[in-house]
Design a binder for this molecule. Structure first.
Ligand SMILES: [Zn+2]
Length: 137
């Protein structure tokens, strides 16, 4: 990520936790959960795609199509991270719409992740010992 943007992100206290997850990719995404040892695969639990990342959530995942339609109507079709950030900084209405998308989508992803934890609390005892549980979702 852009260095100036990172610095700004740290200063911006009002920024929501869920927005930060989407902008940094460090959050309730298969790619990240796999990287920190919380999930064995990187796939998306909402559409079956191979790689659940922030970008997949923002641009591709069919599960969030209706929330995405609202966002696209506000900020346009380019949902690449630089375009989204640019739109957010250009207009507070855009900012609020991006925040709203992140809240809607991430709250559902978090709920699904908690359900999976409950259904299968110990997927691998060995790896769990080596990687203590971290709260990401
Ligand atoms: Zn998906």
């Amino acid at each position: 990520m852009h260095k100036h943007f990172e610095a700004w992100l740290k200063r911006e206290e009002r920024i929501s936790f869920r927005l930060t997850q989407v902008l940094t990719g460090h959050g309730c995404f298969g790619e990240y959960l796999n990287k920190i040892g919380r999930e064995v695969a990187t796939n998306c639990h909402h559409c079956g795609g191979n790689l659940d990342s922030a970008q997949h959530t923002l641009e591709e995942c069919p599960a969030w199509a209706s929330a995405r339609r609202v966002l696209v109507a506000r900020i346009g079709r380019d949902l690449s991270l630089p375009a989204v950030v640019k739109a957010m900084l250009a207009d507070t209405k855009n900012w609020r719409e991006v925040v709203s998308f992140c809240e809607t989508v991430m709250s559902q992803k978090e709920a699904a992740e908690r359900d999976r934890e409950r259904a299968d609390p110990l997927p691998s005892k060995a790896s769990r010992k080596q990687t203590p549980r971290r709260l990401v979702c």
